[in-house]
Design a protein around this ligand. Structure first.
Ligand code: TPP
Ligand code: MG
Length: 551
């Protein structure tokens, strides 16, 4: 067999049943011959984003794969891979490469070198018979330990190279997991019992570790309120009495109230990464951390108590240890905590309900989100934001109740990423209503891949908040202040309803509040009939976001 067939057979063996791609790349046909559906994107960054969204909502148990040509294809995918790297998403990248006889010479783009800084692991395959070994290494990196993109650079002559069928042996990689040191778990539980106001901060490790059930059990047993990180949003149901919602750049008053008074913050499945879109932990509050990677401990914060192991297994250990120390009924001392959360939540909604129910024209983005939540089945929805104000405004108010009901992202936050994520999520979970919310600048970066969704019958709903500007890029923020005054540099134009229609999507422009709900219902029906949809909400530039920290 040749190299391409070997790769395709291995992908199939690893459970890959579709391939995100852009030609010229001979692997695409070879994969299709093995029954792997190719989905062709309009540009490589988006193609990488499809693979990314797919891996996410599959908890990394199924891997999104992207393949592209040598040179421009490999170069143009860079942004998507960088974003997946910052968010630690396991995806497999298979760029083409110059023939082995021409590699390593300017101006050839040597992916294995250039991608080194934004992949968890990368390899260069110089002989077709080595493909099974390299693919085994790649899938081992993808499935085990901390997550991240993995790249295998395979030159065209190696893709074409024949080798004996008898040299082809491949068994899918098994996932290996470990528990934490029992002494660490004992000390953690002792510290939790000694604390007056502990708070759990749940990260995306809970989602990837499929540990929501265990997290709920532990939170209930210990009566500890749960906030999530941005990437961890939806790892704990936000309709639960112990839920505080998410803390990102913006977040809820409940997160602020409890993080301020906490005397122990327990990070579960989080790297505790300091980033512009994560909530800073209060200075001086002791931190405990449960993570599958020792590299996370003491990375950005001093960690007082660490437990390294698979999050689900460690939570089980914690449940057992808590019962051992206090009995099967758990803790009763902080019985009033749910009431306290409720009263802060009431205060939070008292402050924001006028915006969530606003009749303003142009529309308030908050009203749009509120109408969305009332007109879709939240439990059967996967939603994601885009960068800019759509993220900061959606995160505090969308209340996911199932794992991956919200795809939170953004260590880096590339405009337009949410559209590709939504497409990947819909490929993974066709039965779900998948929605991406994007600003008008974000649309400009990625909007043409709606045509991919149409052509490939991936019916997602895109909501564009068209406020005609990049919010807050003029005064009081300094980025464009003078340039905006002189040149209107923050203003954008475009009729996104017409553009979407031109790509074959259902589309509608919404200008008044009473039109929002019927338009959502029409769009959802279009999705149900297999057609992607775009709703262009004519919104105002809304500067207010719930952000209590830093005040
Ligand atoms: C690729 C990329 N370039 C620049 C930025 C910085 N950035 C963040 S939000 C934003 C403007 C977003 O405007 P829009 O999409 O219209 O959303 P709005 O905030 O107006 O609702 C910019 C330029 C980015 N996130 N990504
Ligand atoms: Mg805008």
């Amino acid at each position: 067999m040749n190299g391409d067939t070997a790769i395709a057979k291995i992908l199939k063996a690893e459970g890959v049943d579709w391939l995100s791609c852009f030609p010229a790349q001979s692997l695409i046909s070879a994969a299709a011959e093995q029954g792997i559906r190719p989905i062709l994107c309009r540009q490589e960054r988006a193609g990488v984003n499809f693979a990314d969204g797919f891996s996410r909502v599959n908890n990394g148990s199924k891997i999104g794969v992207f393949t592209m040509q040598a040179g421009p294809g490999a170069e143009n995918a860079f942004g998507g891979v960088a974003q997946a790297f910052t968010d630690s998403v396991p995806i497999l990248l298979l760029p083409g490469s110059a023939p082995t006889t021409a590699s390593g010479i300017h101006p050839g783009f040597q992916s294995v070198d250039h991608y080194k800084g934004i992949t968890k692991w990368s390899g260069y395959v110089n002989h077709a018979s080595r493909i099974p070994d390299f693919m085994r290494r790649a899938f081992t990196q993808l499935k085990n330990g901390s997550k991240g993109p993995v790249l295998l650079e395979i030159p065209q002559d190696v893709q074409d190279q024949e080798f004996p069928d008898s040299d082809f042996k491949y068994e899918p990689v098994k996932v290996t997991k470990s528990q934490a040191n029992p002494d660490d778990v004992r000390d953690l539980i002792k510290a939790i019992l000694a604390a007056d106001s502990p708070v759990i901060n749940a990260g995306q490790g809970v989602l990837y570790g499929v540990a929501t059930k265990e997290l709920i059990e532990f939170a209930e047993l210990s009566n500890i309120p749960v906030m999530t990180t941005l990437a961890g949003k939806s790892s704990f149901p936000e309709n639960h009495a112990l839920s505080l919602g998410a803390g990102a750049n913006s977040g809820t008053l409940m997160v602020d109230h409890f993080r301020r008074k906490s005397d122990l913050i327990i990070g579960v499945g989080t790297s505790f990464t300091k980033a512009p879109f994560s909530t800073l932990m209060p200075k001086g509050t002791p931190l405990a951390q449960i993570t599958d990677s020792p590299d996370h401990i003491n990375k950005d914060y001093k960690i007082d108590l660490g437990c390294v192991g698979d999050v689900k297994l460690v939570l089980r250990q914690m449940i057992e240890e808590l019962k051992r120390q206090v009995g099967d009924k758990g803790i009763t001392k902080s019985a009033g905590v749910a009431d306290e959360i409720k009263s802060v939540r009431d205060e939070f909604y008292k402050e924001w309900t006028p915006r969530l129910t606003s009749d303003e024209i142009p529309l308030s983005p908050y009203r749009v989100f509120n109408e969305l939540a009332s007109n879709v089945n939240v439990a059967e929805t996967i939603i994601t934001h885009d960068s800019g104000y759509p993220r900061d405004q959606l995160v505090p108010f969308w209340k996911p109740v199932t794992p991956w009901g919200y795809m939170g992202w953004g260590k880096s936050t590339q405009l337009g990423y949410g559209l590709g994520l939504a497409i990947g999520a819909k490929i993974a979970k066709p039965e779900k209503q998948v929605i991406n919310i994007m600003g008008d600048a974000a649309f400009g970066m990625a909007g043409l891949d709606i045509e991919t969704a149409v052509r490939s019958k991936i019916p997602i709903l895109t909501v564009v908040l068209n406020n005609g500007v990049m919010t807050n890029y003029t005064s009081p923020r300094p980025y464009l202040e003078y340039a905006a005054k002189e040149w209107d540099l923050h203003k954008l134009g475009g009729d996104y309803t017409k553009i979407a229609e031109g790509m074959g999507a259902f589309s509608k422009k919404v200008t008044t509040p009473d039109e929002i709900a019927p338009a959502i219902r029409e769009a959802v029906n279009a999705n149900k009939s297999g057609q992607p949809a775009l709703l262009e909400m004519m919104t105002k530039e809304e500067l207010n976001v719930p952000k209590y920290w830093g005040k």
